[in-house]
Design a protein around this ligand. Structure first.
Ligand code: 5GP
Ligand code: ZN
Length: 114
């Protein structure tokens, strides 16, 4: 997807503060953090949103997201205090970037859900 900002980050066409990457996911700091830890975990395959996941291969990326989220939470020392993994889907879900991604948010007490 050549007009997708997260594909451009994956392809290193635009810079980001990369925390971790492997074959399936890239992890980088959110540009506008809402908490001391606010990291985005992004599958390296362009899939628009959770509703667009189709194949077993697609779901394998999501499995990897949660595996990596656990490791990053431990590295950032928020696994004990707690954190959120947030996936916004579609317009009402507040999704602004149409490449599926998971926010890992923590480092302070989080309130509310919406
Ligand atoms: P959404 O609202 O789609 O769930 O989340 C998109 C997130 O991507 C937002 O938190 C926003 O701050 C972040 N974001 C948007 N553009 C960029 C960018 O170019 N670089 C980085 N690092 N984060 C971005
Ligand atoms: Zn993309």
């Amino acid at each position: 997807m050549n007009d997708c900002i997260f594909c451009k980050i994956i392809n290193k066409e635009i810079p980001s503060n990369i925390v971790f990457e492997n074959e399936k996911v890239i992890v980088f700091e959110d540009l506008a953090p809402v908490a001391p830890v606010h990291i985005l975990i992004v599958p390296k395959k362009h899939m628009a949103s959770a509703i667009d996941l189709e194949s077993e291969e697609d779901f394998d990326y999501i499995k990897e997201v949660y595996k990596v989220a656990k490791i990053i939470a431990q590295e950032k020392e928020i696994s004990g205090s707690g954190f959120r993994i947030v996936n916004n889907c579609g317009e009402d879900g507040g999704q602004t970037v149409k490449h599926i991604h998971f926010h890992l948010i923590g480092g302070r007490k989080l309130e509310g859900m919406a």
